[in-house]
Ligand binder design. Structure first.
Ligand SMILES: [Mn+2]
Length: 325
C-alpha cells in the first residue's frame, strides 16, 4: 500500500496532486475491511441548503490545498498521526447540484461505505445539511450518537423556507430520526440574534453552552463539561467553521461576529479528553468569502487537531492492550 510516512509527504509539499494532508488518495469504492485504513477524509462539495450565501461547495478543494502545508506531528499529543493511524483521502462524494434530497442519499451511501470498512469518516464540507446523511450512516453502524457540536448556531429549526432539510434544521431532524441522543449531547458557541421562537425552551434536551459562557468558562472547564456530557458513548463530532469569529474565519456562509478566536477553538480541541469519536464533520468553509485562505487553513488545522485526538485515543488503547475499536 502507498506510504503514510510524513517524510515522504513533506517532499511533496509543492508538487504532485493535491490531497488532504498529502495523504494517499484511495477512492472509497476500492477500500475494504482488509485495507487496514483507520480514517478516510471525504470532501462533500454541497452548498444547496444554505439560507444566505453559498460557496461551501468549494470548501473541500480549498482545505485540500491549505492542508498541503500541514505536517502530521502533534507536540501536545506527542505523536505523529500517521505513526498511529492509516488515513487516506477518499476523494469527493458525488453530489447533484440542485437536487438536495438525492445529494443527501449519495452522501449517506458514501459515508456508509466508509463505516463498512471499519474506518472513521472525516467529512469536509460543504454546508451543514450534510450532517443528516452523515448521522444516518453513522447511527446504522453505531446506534444513536452523542453529539459534540461547535457552531455559532444550533441548527435545530423545525423548517426553513417551509422545507425539512436545510443547514439550519439538521439537528432537529437528527433528533426526530433518533440518530442522536440529546441527553448526552452538547452544543457550544451559539450567539447572535435569534428569531422569537428561539427564545423559548425547545424541549429537545440538548446541553447548550452559548458563546459568551464558553469563553468565560475557558477551554479546560469546557473540555471537562464535554467529557461529562458525552461520557463513553459513541460520538459525532461536528465543527462548523462559523463557531470561530469571522475575523479569524471570514470564509463562511452565515458569519456571526463576536465569537471565539481560532486560538481558542484549536486549544479547546487539544484540551478534549479522548471521546469515542465515530464520525467527524468540518463544515461551512466557503472560499469565495475567504481572505488569504485564512479559513481554509483554519479548516485544515481543525482536521489536524481532530486526527491527533483520534490518534491519541488509539495510541492509549494500544498501550492499555485494548481492542482496535
Ligand atoms: Mn451549523
Amino acid at each position: 500500500m502507498t506510504d503514510y510516512t510524513d517524510s515522504q509527504a513533506v517532499s511533496r509539499l509543492s508538487s504532485g496532486p493535491r490531497t488532504f494532508f498529502r495523504l494517499p488518495h484511495r477512492p472509497v469504492a476500492e477500500l475494504s475491511p482488509e485495507s487496514g485504513v483507520d480514517a478516510v477524509i471525504l470532501g462533500v462539495p454541497v452548498d444547496g441548503a444554505t439560507g444566505y450565501r453559498s460557496g461551501a461547495r468549494f470548501g473541500p478543494e480549498a482545505v485540500r490545498a491549505a492542508s498541503t502545508l500541514a505536517r502530521l506531528g502533534s507536540r501536545e499529543r506527542e505523536l505523529v498521526i500517521t505513526d498511529v493511524l492509516r488515513v487516506v483521502d477518499g476523494g469527493d462524494v458525488h453530489v447533484v447540484p440542485g437536487y438536495h434530497l438525492r445529494t443527501l442519499e449519495l452522501i449517506e451511501s458514501a459515508v456508509d461505505a466508509v463505516h463498512e470498512t471499519g474506518a472513521l469518516p472525516i467529512l469536509v464540507g460543504g454546508d451543514h445539511s450534510l450532517a443528516i446523511a452523515e448521522l444516518r450512516a453513522a447511527a446504522r453502524h453505531h446506534g444513536p450518537l452523542s453529539l459534540i457540536q461547535l457552531d455559532a448556531h444550533r441548527d435545530v429549526l423545525d423548517d426553513y423556507f417551509g422545507v425539512a432539510h436545510f443547514h439550519g434544521t439538521v439537528y432537529r431532524r437528527a433528533v426526530d430520526e433518533e440518530l442522536v441522543d440529546p441527553s448526552t449531547s452538547i452544543q457550544i458557541g451559539m450567539r447572535g440574534s435569534v428569531p422569537r421562537e428561539d427564545l423559548a425552551e425547545d424541549g429537545l434536551g440538548f446541553t447548550v453552552v452559548h458563546s459568551d459562557e464558553a469563553m468565560e468558562l475557558g477551554c479546560a472547564e469546557l473540555a471537562r463539561r464535554i467529557a461529562e456530557t458525552v461520557g463513553s458513548n459513541p460520538v459525532a463530532l461536528t465543527f462548523d467553521i462559523d463557531f470561530v469569529d469571522p475575523s479569524c474565519a471570514p470564509g463562511t456562509g452565515t458569519p456571526e461576529v463576536g465569537g471565539p478566536s481560532s486560538a481558542f477553538a484549536l486549544r479547546l480541541l487539544r484540551k478534549l479528553e479522548l471521546p469515542d469519536i465515530r464520525t467527524v464533520s468540518v463544515v461551512e468553509i466557503a472560499p469565495p468569502y475567504d481572505t488569504a485562505d485564512i479559513t481554509a487553513h483554519l479548516g485544515a488545522a481543525v482536521i489536524f487537531e481532530i486526527m491527533a485526538l483520534v490518534a491519541a485515543r488509539r495510541s492509549r488503547q494500544r498501550q492499555d492492550g485494548g481492542s482496535h475499536a
